[in-house]
Design a protein around this ligand. Structure first.
Ligand code: ATP
Ligand code: MG
Length: 570
C-alpha cells in the first residue's frame, strides 16, 4: 500500500473524547472514527488489525473442529421470551418493533438463536458433540460505553456454543475451548492469563475469563505466584481472618460531623483509622431492602453480595429509597436504629469493637458502636474485594493483585437454555434428553484495543507482529527518481515474499514520516535515504527497540520474510 493513496487520517494531538491510551492511539493512528456513543467505523488500517485477530481466531476454532456459522443480528422477541430473558435482560437489550408491530431486539449474545437452530436440526446423540461459532457484530446498549473499542455498544465478538450429550462431554468441550483460547492469545503475541470467574445469577457451573495483562485494565486479577491460583475480584475469596485487640465496649455516642462525608474525611475528623469505620450500603436485592456493612477501608463486591444471598439482581438503592429507609440523605446511613430491612455484614466486621457509623442524620455519626449491643446483624458473608495483603484461598501464601482486560470468556451453561427451550436429542437408549451446553466468547474488537493497551510507548503503538496491520513501514527519504525506483523494487519484493508493507512515498519531511511511523507502530521500519545513496544500504529498525540493521535490499527482504514466517508458525 502506498501511503499517498491510503486513507490514513492521522492526528497530531490527543483527541479530547478519548480517555485511555488505546482509544487515543486508535483515533490518532487513523484506525477508527466515532459515529455515535459506543459506535465506531473501522478505517482501512483499523480493519486490517481487526482482520488479523479474526483470522487467528478462525484458524484456531477450525483446528479445534468447531464449525463456523453466521447468525442474525436481528432476533424475534418470541425466542427471548422462551428463556424469560426478554423481561430479565435489562436495558442492554435494544428492543424495537418492525412495521407489523412485532417485537425484535438486536442480539447482544446468541444462546437463544443457536439453541433454536440446533433443536430443529439435531436429533441424535450420534450428531454430538457439536461446536458452532460465528464472528459477528453484537449490540449491547451499555450504560457507560467508553474507552473506544474497549466497551462499545456495537462491537465484534466471536461467540461459540457447544452441544454435548452429558456432563463429561461438556467437560471435554470446555477443555478444548480453554486450550484453543490459550493458543489464540499466544498466537496474537499477547501476555495473558486465565482466571476463575463468576457464573452469574442462574445456572452455569464453571467459568474462566481470559485477561490480557495491562496496567490500564479495568479488571483486577488476584493471583498466587506460589500455587498458580488466579481469579477475578468477584471470585477471589477473602480468607484472611482479623483478630481485633480486646477492648471494653464504650457507651454509644452521637457526634456532630459537619460537612464530612467520605470515609477518609470522617476518619481524619474523628482521629481514628479508616478500618474503625463501618460503611452502611443500602441495596435492593431482588427488590428487598438490605443494609450491607463493610469496613471503611474495604470495598463491597456486588457480585459476591448477589451470590451470598442467592439473588438474581442487586442494585444500589436510589437516593429517594435511601432517604425513605434511613431518614437521612445519602452518605449518613448507619445500622443503629434502622428498621424495615435486613442487615448483613462482611466477615471482617465481625469482632470489631467501638466502631464508627453514620447516624441516619445529616452531619452526624455514631462512635463506639458495638454489635450485637446496638443493633443486629442477620448474617456474615465474604462480601469484600481482596486487597494487597490478602492470602491465597488455596495455599495461604500472599496474593498478588494485577490488572487486566477481559478479552475472552468460557462458560459451562449446562442445560439452562436447552431445558427452557425444549432442545433435546435421543440418547443411546432412545430417551429424550436436553443438550448440555457451553458458551465461549472472545471480544475480537476489544482484543485489538487490549493489544495496544499492552504494547505502546509515548510515541505510539508497538504492534505485536501477528496483529500488526502491516508488518513493516517503508520510508523513502528524498524524492529523486533513483531512490523512488529502488524503493518501489524493494516494496514489490517485500510483498512478493509475504511481507506486508506500507510504503511512505509521500513528499513529506523525514521528521513527519518518522513521527507517523512511530504512531502507527508497525513492527519494522525500513528506511531508504542517504545511506542507500552512498552505500546501497537499507536501515531496518524494530519498533520495539533493539538493534538497527544496515542491510542490502536483498538481505532486507530475506530478513523480514523470515521474521514474518517465524511469527506465523509459532
Ligand atoms: P464485561 O464484563 O466486560 O461487560 P461481559 O461479561 O458482559 O463483559 P461476555 O458476555 O462474556 O462479556 O462477552 C464475551 C466477550 O465479549 C467479553 O469477554 C469481552 O471481551 C467482549 N465484550 C463484552 N462486552 C463488550 C463491549 N461492550 N465492547 C467490546 N467488547 C465486549
Ligand atoms: Mg464476562
Amino acid at each position: 500500500m502506498r501511503l499517498s493513496r491510503y486513507f490514513l487520517p492521522t492526528l497530531r494531538e490527543d483527541p479530547a473524547e478519548a480517555e485511555v491510551i488505546s482509544h487515543k492511539l486508535m483515533l490518532r493512528a487513523g484506525m477508527i472514527r466515532r459515529l455515535a456513543s459506543g459506535i465506531y467505523s473501522f478505517l482501512p488500517l483499523g480493519l486490517r488489525a481487526l482482520r488479523k485477530v479474526e483470522r487467528i481466531v478462525r484458524e484456531e476454532m477450525d483446528r479445534a473442529g468447531a464449525l463456523e456459522v453466521l447468525l442474525p443480528l436481528v432476533q424475534p422477541a418470541e425466542l427471548w421470551k422462551e428463556t424469560d430473558r426478554w423481561d430479565r435482560f435489562g436495558k442492554e437489550l435494544l428492543r424495537f418493533k418492525d412495521r407489523k408491530e412485532h417485537d425484535f431486539c438486536l442480539g447482544p449474545t446468541h444462546e437463544e438463536v443457536i439453541t433454536d437452530l440446533v433443536r430443529g436440526e439435531v436429533r441424535s446423540y450420534r450428531q454430538l458433540p457439536l461446536i458452532l461459532y460465528q464472528i459477528a457484530t453484537k449490540f449491547r446498549d451499555e450504560i457507560r460505553p467508553r474507552f473506544g473499542l474497549m466497551r462499545g455498544r456495537e462491537f465484534i465478538m466471536k461467540d461459540a456454543y457447544s452441544f454435548d450429550a452429558d456432563e463429561e462431554g461438556l467437560d471435554r468441550s470446555y477443555r478444548l475451548m480453554y486450550e484453543t483460547y490459550e493458543r489464540i492469545f499466544s498466537r496474537c503475541g499477547l501476555r495473558f492469563t486465565a482466571v476463575l470467574a463468576d457464573t452469574g445469577a442462574i445456572g452455569g457451573e464453571e467459568s474462566h475469563e481470559f485477561m490480557v495483562l495491562a496496567e490500564t485494565g479495568e479488571d483486577v486479577i488476584a493471583s498466587c505466584p506460589s500455587c498458580g491460583y488466579a481469579a477475578n475480584l468477584e471470585m477471589a475469596e477473602a480468607v484472611r481472618e482479623y483478630f481485633y485487640p480486646e477492648e471494653e465496649e464504650r457507651p454509644l455516642e452521637k457526634v456532630s460531623t459537619p460537612g464530612v462525608r467520605k470515609v477518609e474525611e470522617v476518619a481524619a475528623f474523628l482521629g481514628v483509622p479508616t478500618w474503625k469505620l463501618v460503611k452502611t450500603l443500602l441495596y435492593l436485592v431482588d427488590g428487598k431492602p438490605y443494609a450491607v456493612l463493610v469496613r471503611g477501608d474495604h470495598e463491597l463486591n456486588e457480585v459476591k453480595l448477589r451470590r451470598a444471598l442467592g439473588a438474581e439482581k442487586v442494585e444500589m438503592a436510589d437516593p429517594e429509597t435511601v432517604e425513605r429507609l434511613t431518614g437521612a440523605p445519602v452518605g449518613f446511613a448507619g445500622p443503629v436504629g434502622l428498621s424495615g430491612l435486613t442487615i448483613i455484614a462482611d466477615k471482617a466486621v465481625a469482632g470489631l469493637k467501638n466502631f464508627v457509623t453514620g447516624a441516619n442524620e445529616e452531619d452526624a455519626h455514631y462512635v463506639n458502636v458495638n454489635h450485637p449491643r446496638d443493633f443486629k446483624i442477620e448474617a456474615f458473608f465474604d462480601l469484600r474485594n481482596v486487597t494487597e495483603g490478602d492470602l491465597c484461598p488455596r495455599c495461604g501464601k500472599p496474593l498478588e493483585l494485577t490488572r487486566g482486560i477481559e478479552v475472552g470468556h468460557v462458560f459451562k451453561l449446562g442445560t439452562k437454555y436447552s431445558e427452557a427451550m425444549g432442545a433435546t436429542f435421543l440418547d443411546r437408549e432412545g430417551k429424550e434428553r436436553p443438550f448440555v451446553m457451553g458458551c465461549y466468547g472472545i471480544g475480537v474488537s476489544r482484543t485489538v484495543a487490549a493489544a495496544i493497551e499492552q504494547n505502546h510507548d509515548e510515541n505510539g503503538i508497538i504492534w505485536p507482529l501477528a496483529l500488526a496491520p502491516f508488518h513493516a513501514a517503508l520510508l523513502t527519504l528524498g524524492a529523486d527518481s533513483d531512490l523512488l525506483q529502488a524503493s518501489e523494487r524493494l516494496y514489490q519484493a517485500l510483498w512478493e515474499s509475504g511481507v506486508e508493507v506500507l510504503w511512505d512515498e509521500r513528499d513529506e519531511r523525514p521528521g513527519v514520516k518518522f513521527k507517523d511511523a512511530d504512531l502507527i507502530g508497525l513492527p519494522y521500519r525500513v528506511v531508504l535515504g542517504k545511506k542507500f545513496k552512498s552505500e546501497g544500504k537499507v536501515e531496518i529498525k524494530p519498533r520495539r527497540g533493539g538493534e538497527t540493521l544496515m542491510l542490502s535490499p536483498d538481505e532486507a527482504v530475506s530478513f523480514l520474510a523470515s521474521k514474518v514466517k517465524e511469527a506465523q508458525s509459532s
